[in-house]
Structures are given as structure tokens and as C-alpha cells.
Design a protein around this ligand. Structure first.
Ligand code: NDP
Length: 273
């Protein structure tokens, strides 16, 4: 009889739209691994209990998505450098009896923009929309790319200010009004507004010539932010599917020590619509 597969899952709310189960199954098929990977919805009050029960029941690894990444960080006994700096965790596993947390979102975003799309970040003016777990998660990797500036604009100014305090020296927060007259080479939408079919507050005058607009959200059709970017004259308007596959590949590498073939998986997901 073959051994039961190791269990993995993504926890979030909402999570039913997640493509992570399919992506990890494709990675497993590529490398001949026998894993089970499911999507687990957690209630606002039930996240910590669900994580504890998953690992107590023998689960091998969890991905964490909106809106629990900062709560996952708070649960960990051991953190990777990126996760410690960002105070957000999207990859959980147990080692030597301790709950360990890593953050692969930043590596995923940089690999997609820089390697898959050939768009450099070094020396570029970067604007990030949002101040939640996803933006926190990508900041350490973006800092490493040495952009000319990293500006944050968030609906709640208080949350943006807290984030700036944690990234003192490299990140500055500004309101839409304060950004009047500024231009950017890369604008990343890291708000969850697209999940509700909405557009965050934006200004087309932010787009420098050749500007790349990147939405971390992805869907079958163009997202509201992508549509806005195209209508406003952005040179490139990308969705977050490539980032999703790249961050998943880094989680897979952490859990199983296997480097996945991401290009084939991105192609497959685009073909399926
Ligand atoms: P959080 O819940 O931690 O943060 C949500 C952020 O979105 C906050 O900054 C919030 O602003 C803002 N926001 C929510 N609704 C609106 C709105 N209607 N208008 C303007 N701003 C809004 O979520 P995460 O940071 O974890 O995730 C954000 C998004 O990024 C999600 O959609 C997620 O799916 C996506 N993502 C994609 C990844 C990928 O691999 N492609 C990886 C990680 C995340 P406020 O502070 O004012 O509430």
C-alpha cells in the first residue's frame, strides 16, 4: 500500500478562488511527489486554532493568504529574515517542534517583474498601493533591488504610517493629494480592492513614460487596476498570476527542497483561463 500523501493547504478568507491547490499539484506532478494540497477557509476568530489543529493533525506546510499574514507572523517561534523584517508570513512549517514562518511574496513579485517580464527595478521610482500583509511581505525583496524610491499610498493613513515606522529609512508614506506632481516607473497595486471589483484611489498623472503597472490580484479577465492602467497609457499592465506561481515555487522549495518549473505552470494557468 502506498503511503498517505503529505498534507499542505492554503488558509485565508476568502480562499475558494485560490489557484494555489492547482499550482502545488502541478509542481508535485513535475517532481513526482505525492502531496495533498487543499484550500481551507478560516473565520475571523478561527485562524490560530485552525493552524494549530492542522499541524497537530500531522500537516506538513501551510500557505497563508488575505487577511491573516500578520497573525501568522505573530504565531511563529522562528522566522526567516524576510518574514521578521516584514512582520508578515505566507509560508508555515514545523521544524524541531517549533512553528517556523517565511515570506515568499517578495521573491515571487521580483522574479515575475524582473525575470519573467524583463523589467528592472534598480534605480526606478516605485509606488506601492496598500499597506496590508502583501505589501509588508514584498518590501524586503524590493529594498534589495535598490529602487530610487519606495512610496506607499494606502486608504488608511494610520496603517501606512505604522508600516513606514517598521521600514524606517527606506519607505515613505503619502496620501493621494501629497503625491500630486510625482511620477513613478513602477506602480504595484497590493490592495485587495480588486477582489471586490473596485479600484483603489489612483491618479493617471503618476504614470511616468514607460511605466509598468502591476496588480497583485489576478482573475480570468483584466482586473479593475489593469483596465485603469491600460486606459491611462501605462506601457505594461500585468496581473499577479506570475507572482502567485513564483511565490508558490519558493514555498515548495522551502517545504520539499525542490525547484519547480514555473514557466510551464504559468502557461498552463493562462491557457485554462
Ligand atoms: P490585507 O487584508 O492585509 O490588506 C488589504 C489592503 O487592501 C489594505 O491596505 C487595505 O486598506 C486595502 N484595501 C482593501 N479594500 C480596499 C478598497 N476598496 N480600496 C482601497 N484599498 C483597499 O490583505 P493582503 O495585503 O494580504 O492582500 C492584498 C491583496 O494582494 C489580496 O487581494 C491578495 O489576494 C493579493 N495578493 C496576491 C499575491 C500573489 O501572489 N499574486 C500574493 C499576496 C497577496 P486599509 O488599510 O485602508 O484597510
Amino acid at each position: 500500500m502506498s503511503a498517505a500523501p503529505d498534507r499542505y493547504a492554503v488558509v485565508g478568507n476568502p480562499v475558494s478562488h485560490s489557484k494555489s491547490p492547482l499550482i502545488h499539484r502541478l509542481f508535485a506532478a513535475q517532481s513526482g511527489r505525492n502531496i495533498a494540497y487543499e484550500a481551507l477557509p478560516a473565520s475571523a476568530t478561527g485562524f490560530e486554532k485552525l493552524v494549530e489543529e492542522f499541524f497537530r493533525g500531522g500537516g506538513a506546510g501551510l500557505n497563508v493568504t488575505v487577511p491573516f499574514k500578520q497573525r501568522a507572523w505573530a504565531m511563529c517561534q522562528r522566522l526567516s529574515a524576510n518574514a521578521a523584517r516584514s512582520r508578515a508570513v505566507n509560508t508555515l512549517y514545523r521544524q524541531d517542534g517549533e512553528l517556523c514562518g517565511a515570506n515568499t511574496d517578495g521573491i515571487g513579485l521580483v522574479r515575475d517583474i524582473r525575470d519573467n517580464h524583463g523589467i528592472g527595478i534598480e534605480g526606478r521610482r516605485v509606488l506601492l498601493l496598500g499597506a496590508g500583509g502583501a505589501i509588508r511581505g514584498v518590501l524586503p525583496a524590493l529594498e534589495e533591488q535598490a529602487p530610487a524610491c519606495l512610496s506607499i499610498c494606502n486608504r488608511s493613513a494610520e496603517r501606512a504610517a505604522r508600516l513606514c515606522k517598521d521600514f524606517a529609512g527606506s519607505v515613505s508614506a503619502a496620501s493621494v493629494q501629497e503625491l500630486r506632481g510625482r511620477q513613478f516607473d513602477l506602480i504595484v497595486n497590493g490592495t485587495s480592492s480588486g477582489l471586490q471589483g473596485e479600484l483603489p484611489a489612483v491618479d493617471e498623472r503618476w504614470l511616468a513614460k514607460g511605466c509598468c503597472c502591476y496588480d497583485m490580484v489576478y482573475g480570468e479577465a483584466a482586473t479593475p487596476f489593469q483596465r485603469w492602467a491600460r486606459e491611462s497609457g501605462a506601457a505594461t499592465a500585468l496581473d499577479g498570476l506570475g507572482m502567485l506561481v513564483e511565490q508558490a515555487a519558493e514555498s515548495f522549495r522551502i517545504w520539499l527542497g525542490v525547484t519547480a518549473e514555473t514557466a510551464a505552470v504559468i502557461r498552463r494557468l493562462r491557457e485554462r483561463g
